[in-house]
Design a protein around this ligand. Structure first.
Ligand SMILES: NC(=O)c1ccc[n+]([C@@H]2O[C@H](COP(=O)([O-])OP(=O)(O)OC[C@H]3O[C@@H](n4cnc5c(N)ncnc54)[C@H](OP(=O)(O)O)[C@@H]3O)[C@@H](O)[C@H]2O)c1
Length: 182
């Protein structure tokens, strides 16, 4: 099986499956952020790195000082790239999922895991096409009136729970779960 058919997905959702508001994330949960950083950075093989896949809006919502994510191959999806964006060894700009597949093939010898980091349509495509082997999901027990949402598709029955942690931080309760493809 290729890397492209075994992606990992990471997300944080509120009580109505909201993922973002006004182009950002409307909660401040340091342990959840640390989990994202650790999950997407860590490799078993010290000679390899991971890749992270973002939609254009999510990538550019990251403060300029923090992007591209260090030590990882950043893949940014947009249908509107004009060719002026210079891809490098750290960031690759792609126009569609076929180009994502080609990019992963090109870098396959140096990659360990590939993380799909949103937003909505990116999650939807990956789950609908059964490209995901592992989901790491933070479920926040509070409503944040988001304007971007996790896709409304049934995916959980294809996964089984591996582990779950409960947290309370800044007065907000949430769970952090890992699910694996059955
Ligand atoms: N809570 C979380 O875990 C989480 C995770 C990610 C994002 N977020 C939040 O969610 C919001 C952003 O998400 P979003 O859904 O609005 O936007 P997004 O998915 O980050 O970006 C959307 C853009 O990505 C490009 N794109 C997506 N699918 C494509 C495809 N198949 N082919 C070509 N281009 C494609 C398109 O760019 P073009 O228009 O240029 O074609 C599209 O307009 C922000 O508030 C962010 O902070 C939260």
């Amino acid at each position: 099986m290729t890397l492209f058919r075994n992606l990992k997905l990471m997300t944080a959702i509120d009580s109505e499956k909201g993922i973002g508001k006004d182009g950002g994330v409307p909660w401040d949960l340091p342990t959840d952020l640390a989990w994202l950083e650790e999950s997407t950075s860590k490799t078993c093989d010290p000679c390899k790195r991971n890749a992270v896949i973002f939609g254009r809006r999510t990538y550019f919502s990251i403060p300029e000082s923090d992007r591209p994510y260090k030590g990882r191959l950043n893949i940014v999806l947009s249908s509107s790239w004009t060719g002026e964006e210079q891809s490098s060894n750290d960031v690759v700009y792609v126009r569609n999922w076929t180009e994502i597949e080609r990019t992963l093939e090109k870098f396959s010898s140096e990659l360990e895991s590939v993380w799909v980091l949103g937003g909505s349509a990116v999650y939807q495509h990956a789950l609908q096409n059964d490209l995901i082997e592992e989901v790491r999901i933070t479920e926040i027990q509070k409503l944040f009136s988001c304007d971007a949402f996790f896709p409304e598709i049934e995916w959980r029955s294809r996964f089984e729970a591996a582990d779950e942690r409960q947290m309370t931080e800044n007065g907000v309760s949430y769970s952090m779960s890992r699910l694996l493809r059955k």
